[in-house]
Design a protein around this ligand. Structure first.
Ligand SMILES: [Cu+2]
Length: 504
């Protein structure tokens, strides 16, 4: 049901920045405001203080101008993404997906650091939507969060995103509309540093997702809300408890099911860079390449001290890059759905030999996987040691009988903002009081996982295990309104989000 009370409250809010929030919404939504309110139940009802720095503020324009000065001469990268319902055949089952440019996953968006990226989104979906550029520290008004950084892009409408990627690495883009992502609206976003040596011969972009064939994510969510749980519990030691809320009929690698796998090819002895991206809604993946060790080099786009492992665990939204020196033959690249029983699968082929079985389970998956605890930031990207100027708590809670997930006792779109000012070291402390892990994501910043010795890896999404407290540090250098939320799409839809709000 639309939250009409929230809408009326928004209309009465005091001005923020130079423009009232009410006016921002009115300008953006124009004559279609009533229709959008009816279609969208997530108009935020946070109480922004008078000094909140809005997406259309002078501070955000100043940030954008400074980025342009920092990267003179970046080349133009212009794309059009058409978001539209598309019939797809996944593993022999036809479903109506929602895709960018008819592709599952969407096209790889690739640019250099400092490029001027322009993506024209044409919304041919029946519902309003936005695109979020996950992990990139870009200007707030291009962040793609409906009602927070822009009005949702209505059905039949267009919006042009323009931004400058400031850091190289493995990122991704996806819709930020309610329960839209699981229908197929996601893709890899890769930022290259032309000055850095590549250090590899082949590159495998590995987009992992969970896939419903018999219902939409909205229908799965409605079922959870009605109190129905999966019949067999799903648990994982590595995840410290519940492994998910939904069991999926299929897990995809590069949009393809195990019986119709992607085949990555390279030469024996060559060094391959795996760019692992977990684009799923409710599934953590444990990834291994049969017969090989992985050297993890980057986490969420930022370099770490390289560490060898048999497998790596990715929560939703996380990325890991790994280098691997390839043997001669054909090998299973397996992403096991942690605690759920199924897997995504591809073939890595460097020579002759029979293709591995899609149900192959490499020995590398047996040992505990690498997690954030095993990583240290590369020296070049460590946040300088500094005491926090402000510490903000985000207590993660949930009530299963109504399937409500909360931060500090509130279910988004209700929220009390976490307030920061520019120029601070801010510490955001996530405490998980529930029995399920939550991959917590912050927009617009790459935090450092706080450690006394300052070696915590830089990340934008971090798994917070049941009962665990994870502190994250940022330097507040990107003014605006930034959502922080659980990257389980059902948990986000059920309220696990709040806003980190820059104050003037
Ligand atoms: Cu969650």
């Amino acid at each position: 049901m639309p939250d009409r009370d929230a809408w009326s409250r928004l209309q009465q809010e005091p001005p923020i920045g130079g423009l009232s929030r009410r006016r921002f919404l009115q300008l953006g939504l124009g004559a279609t405001a009533v229709g959008l309110v009816a279609a969208c139940s997530s108009a935020p009802s946070g109480t922004q203080a008078a000094g909140a720095v809005g997406p259309d503020s002078r501070q955000v324009r100043d940030f954008a101008a400074a980025q342009e000065r920092r990267f003179p001469g970046g080349k133009s990268v212009a794309k059009t993404f058409v978001a539209a319902p598309t019939e797809v055949d996944v593993g022999g089952t036809r479903t109506t997906a929602w895709l960018y440019d008819g592709q599952l996953p969407g096209p790889i968006l690739r640019a250099n650091v400092g490029d001027r990226v322009q993506v024209r989104l044409r919304n041919e979906l029946p519902d309003p939507t936005t695109v979020h550029w996950h992990g990139l520290a870009i200007r707030n008004d291009m962040d793609g969060v409906p009602d927070i950084t822009q009005p949702p892009v209505g059905a039949g409408a267009e919006f042009v995103y323009e931004f400058i990627p400031p850091d190289p690495g493995t990122y991704w883009y996806h819709t930020h509309g309610d329960l839209q992502r699981g229908r197929g609206l996601y893709g890899a976003l890769i930022v290259d540093d032309p000055r850095a040596p590549s250090g590899y011969d082949a590159e495998f972009v590995v987009v992992l997702s969970d896939w419903l064939t018999d219902r939409t994510p909205q229908q799965a969510f409605d079922r959870l809300r009605s109190g129905a749980m999966e019949s067999a519990p799903m648990t994982s030691t590595a995840l410290g408890g519940d492994a998910g809320d939904v069991r999926y009929p299929l897990y995809l690698l590069g949009g393809r099911p195990p019986n119709d796998p992607t085949v990555f090819t390279a030469g024996p002895g060559q060094r391959a860079r795996l760019r692992l991206i977990n684009a799923s809604d409710d599934t953590a993946f444990r990834v291994a390449l049969g017969g090989h060790r992985l050297t993890v080099t980057d986490s969420d786009g930022f370099p770490v001290e390289p560490v060898d492992t048999g497998s790596v665990l990715l929560g939703m939204g996380e990325r890991y890059d790994a280098l691997v020196t390839l043997q001669d033959g054909a090998f299973p690249l397996v992403a096991a759905a942690e605690g759920k029983g199924g897997q995504a699968f591809a073939v890595v082929r460097t020579g002759s030999g029979a293709a591995p079985d899609p149900s192959a389970s490499p020995d590398e998956l047996r040992a505990p996987p690498l997690t954030v605890a095993d990583l240290r930031a590369a020296a070049a990207v460590r946040l300088p040691t500094r005491n926090p100027d402000v510490t903000l708590g985000a207590s993660l809670g949930g009530t299963m009988n109504t399937y409500t997930w909360t931060i500090n006792g509130e279910a988004y779109p209700k929220y009390t903002p976490l307030e920061v000012h520019s120029g601070e070291r801010a510490r955001i402390v996530y405490t998980n009081t529930t029995t399920m892990y939550h991959p917590m994501h912050l927009h617009g910043h790459t935090f450092a996982v706080a450690r006394p010795d300052g070696t915590g890896p830089r990340k934008d999404t971090v798994i917070v295990l049941p009962g665990q407290t994870v502190a994250t540090d940022i330097d507040t250098d990107n003014p605006g309104q930034w959502i922080t939320h659980c990257h389980n799409d059902y948990h986000l839809a059920a309220g696990m989000a709040t806003i980190v709000s820059y104050q003037a």
